[in-house]
Design a protein around this ligand. Structure first.
Ligand SMILES: *[C@@H]1O[C@H](CO)[C@@H](O)[C@H](O)[C@H]1NC(C)=O
Length: 280
């Protein structure tokens, strides 16, 4: 297997695309009956909410993805309790001047007076081992949230540092032309030290409040990142090894990583399409 990879990689100039023969496209650019649901005011209705659009009940979506509704309590380091809600994932009309699409998918997080509602969906299966993930997206709203695309795997009952995760995180409190890529864990809570080789803060060619095409290529031993076709960085330290889930989320828990959003503030990640290329 190693040799196959080496040969395939050597025969390529630049992108690893040719290796990924399996392909899925989730296209949110032209979906009928877009609708922006009002934020739900209370914890229970956010938890109990169901799909906001028939697209999220379609085989195209449900064969691959599941929307999450898990919640978490306040902790010492996360002072705002948070619940994911189906109500925060929806199809929105694109009202941009000269729009690139007629609709897009939105993942929203809302700061309520005494909790945060958030949005997350993931693949049903954790069988993506080496993958390219591409999305055309932007993030809007005030400081205090994280918007993310990542791979995730943690063996059951394993220690915190058994996690394998390659992620792209936009922190809305940070400058709009910066984001962070990490092969988790980036921090060692036992020794209380960061692992500087695990992450890179990069300066983007444009700001993330505008449409950008983000691409991750996870190949054996490294994760490469691109924005609008431009190479950003490659991280080999702690590159994921085992098959993983793929996830997208938008969240805040008032902790030091996300920051705390002002009450009633929204942060949204808009996504025109997601492309998943895998070993077919
Ligand atoms: C969360 O979503 C699942 C389906 O994905 C549903 O069965 C469950 O009832 C929901 N939880 C709550 C508290 O409504």
């Amino acid at each position: 297997m190693k040799y196959l990879w080496a040969n395939a990689l050597l025969s390529l100039t630049g992108s690893a695309s040719a290796i990924f023969t399996g392909h899925k496209l989730f296209d949110f650019r032209n979906i009928a009956n877009p609708r922006v649901p009002d934020a739900l005011p209370d914890w229970d209705s956010n938890k109990a909410a169901r799909e906001t659009h028939e697209y999220f009940l379609s085989r195209e979506f449900t064969d691959t993805f599941a929307i999450m509704n898990w919640s978490k309590d306040v902790t010492e380091t996360a002072p705002i309790r948070m619940t994911n809600s189906f109500n925060n994932i929806y199809i929105q009309p694109n009202t941009d001047p000269n729009p690139e699409s007629s609709t897009f998918m939105t993942l929203r997080t809302v700061r309520h007076p005494d909790f945060q509602s958030a949005a997350e969906f993931q693949t049903h299966t954790s069988d993506y081992q080496h993958v390219a993930m591409t999305m055309r997206a932007r993030t809007i709203g005030g400081p205090g949230a994280v918007t993310a695309m990542f791979t995730y795997w943690k063996p059951e009952n394993s220690d915190w540092d058994a996690v394998q995760e390659a992620d792209l995180e936009i922190r809305t409190a940070e400058p709009r032309n910066e984001l962070r890529y990490t092969n988790q864990p980036s921090y060692d809570p036992v020794r209380d030290v960061e692992r500087p080789d695990a992450f890179r803060d990069v300066t983007l060619p444009t700001v993330w409040t505008t449409w950008q095409t983000h691409r991750m290529e996870w190949t054996p031993g490294k994760v490469d990142w691109y924005v609008d076709g431009q190479f950003m960085t490659s991280i080999s330290y702690q590159a994921p090894v085992d098959p993983a889930y793929l996830l997208w989320n938008v969240w805040s828990d008032g902790g030091v990583w996300s920051g705390e959003m002002p009450v009633y503030e929204h942060v949204e990640m808009h996504v025109q399409y997601i492309e998943i290329e895998y070993l077919g």
